[in-house]
Design a protein around this ligand. Structure first.
Ligand code: C2O
Ligand code: CU
Ligand code: CU
Length: 479
């Protein structure tokens, strides 16, 4: 690929740095320092303020480019690269196609997607499409890990309705590290029912990959400091940007939110207490919209939210915060006054029919920091078999060391009840889910059925990635 040499006159500094990251691998390989390519000027290195504080945010929110693997082969190359975190404009990270997060993939129901994962990391990896209902060969199971320098090709039909899924590495025992170093991206599915709702779109629909992380003292590297109890970083990264703001109209916005953190649970709210209208979660639209002021979201879960900023005037701001850590996450800065007449829907496309009448019950206990039903994961062991097309009731419970966000590959499920602990099913847990949070003392009952055409090997695991890497994961076979 011929490297185009951008100049400061045709690209903003930030765009330059993001674009520059794409060619870092080649530049580094030729032994040329990357920093010399950066244009002069711009602001200084920035302080070490973390995500905390009540002050204005200082860095424009990064929005990854969009790619459509339904229109032809898309290659996702995972490699070391340099990213612009805002205050630190050339921090090393591990990135898909040069960005943190990687490109937003966007497809439509009925498409057949073609994706190549090219592994240019210094170690083995494999990419999993979290939330995509696919066969085993396309699922990015750890037994499909490819070594450094190799690739893995995927091709699968999109058989599910509109939602926001995501992609991330899934290699045996190194998922936590690879995600924390920067490898993840959003994967949006569109459909006709969604289009008919006339929801905010274009610049008024924001995919937000929200996680925590750490940067070294000099601001030159995204780093990972694992703990078996679960990694929690000192800073909030929203789309890879520290202390981000986004310039908006006083209009209705659609936020597509992913908790992309390894182990941190967020409790999202707006600092001014404004309502957020929940319209969807992991599995697409909810049965009905519901407005709430706080949402607890665990690792791997998604939200589809409408936030109304029409009460604000030019120069007003609204701050998305995390009530668990006390962090400010993202400042919405009104820069234009408009007359937006978009309606908030009062009803949503009906979800697939609810499951009922389970024919058997299985109980899974998430124990310690690395076991399910007393067993640590073994790649070659199949822990249970599930008959294809059979509705089952699975009881998920924990012996402690929560949170355990339980994630299941290969289908969606419904959350029926939660007893103990928080003792309720929350509005964002209605409809169809692929991940559900277990806190200490909680037992969650789900209904599940594998009926998407595949009798295959899948995974269930804790999505606190350090627990997953320590073995809180099971192989099961749909038969
Ligand atoms: Cu998002 Cu098996 O993982
Ligand atoms: Cu998954
Ligand atoms: Cu866990």
């Amino acid at each position: 690929m011929p490297a185009r040499e951008p100049t400061s006159s045709d690209l903003t500094r930030r765009t330059f740095l993001r674009t520059g990251a794409l060619t870092v691998g080649a530049v580094a390989a030729s032994g040329i320092g990357v920093a010399t390519a950066a244009p002069g000027g711009g602001k200084g290195g920035g302080g070490d303020k973390g995500g905390k504080g009540g002050g204005a945010m200082t860095n424009p929110l990064y929005l990854p480019p969009t790619l459509d693997p339904g229109a032809g082969l898309v290659t996702l190359t995972a490699a070391p690269g340099l990213v612009d975190l805002g205050p630190y404009n050339a921090a090393s990270a591990w990135v898909y196609n040069g960005g943190m997060p990687g490109p937003t993939l966007e497809v439509s129901t009925g498409d057949t997607v073609q994706l190549r994962f090219q592994n240019d990391l210094p170690e083995g990896s494999i990419t999993h499409w979290h939330g995509m209902v696919v066969d085993h060969d396309n699922d990015g199971h750890p037994n499909q890990e490819v070594e450094a320098g190799s690739h893995y090709d995927y091709a699968f039909p999109i058989v599910q309705r509109a939602t926001m899924n995501w992609y991330h590495p899934h290699p045996h025992e190194r998922t936590g590290k690879q995600v924390a170093l920067g490898l993840a991206g959003a994967f949006i599915i569109r459909d006709a029912q969604e289009a008919a709702l006339g929801l905010p779109a274009g610049v008024r629909e924001l995919p937000l990959v929200i996680r925590d992380g750490d940067v070294d003292r000099e601001g030159t590297a995204v780093i990972y400091k694992p703990k078996s109890s679960g990694y929690e970083g000192k800073k909030a990264f929203v789309n890879g940007t520290l202390e981000p703001y986004v310039e908006v109209d006083n209009a209705l916005y659609r936020l597509r939110v992913l908790n992309g953190a390894n182990g941190r649970i967020f409790r999202f709210a707006f600092a001014d207490g404004r309502g957020m209208t929940l319209i969807g979660n992991d599995g697409g639209f909810l049965p009905a919209p519901e407005t709430v002021t706080e949402i607890e979201l665990s690792n791997g879960e998604r939200l589809d939210l409408l936030v109304d900023l029409r009460d604000l005037d030019k120069n007003d701001t609204a701050m998305l915060v995390d009530r668990n850590s006390g962090w400010d996450l993202l400042e919405f800065r009104v820069v234009r006054s408009v007359n937006d007449t978009t309606l908030i829907p009062t009803s949503l496309p009906a979800p697939p029919a609810p499951l009922s009448d389970p024919v058997r019950t299985r109980t899974f206990s998430f124990d310690g920091m690395g076991k399910i039903n007393g067993l640590e994961y073994a790649m070659e062991r199949i822990d249970f078999e599930v008959p294809y097309g059979q509705t089952e009731r699975w009881v998920l419970t924990t012996g402690g060391n929560a949170p355990h966000p339980v994630h299941i590959h290969g289908t969606y499920f419904q959350v029926v009840s939660r007893t103990g602990g928080r003792g309720q099913v929350f509005p964002w847990e209605r409809g169809w889910k692929d991940t559900v949070l277990l806190q200490d003392g909680e037992t969650v009952e789900i209904l599940i059925r594998f009926d998407h055409g595949h009798k295959d090997l899948y995974l269930m695991h804790c999505h606190k990635l350090e627990h997953e890497d320590r073995g809180m994961m099971s192989n099961f076979l749909v038969v």
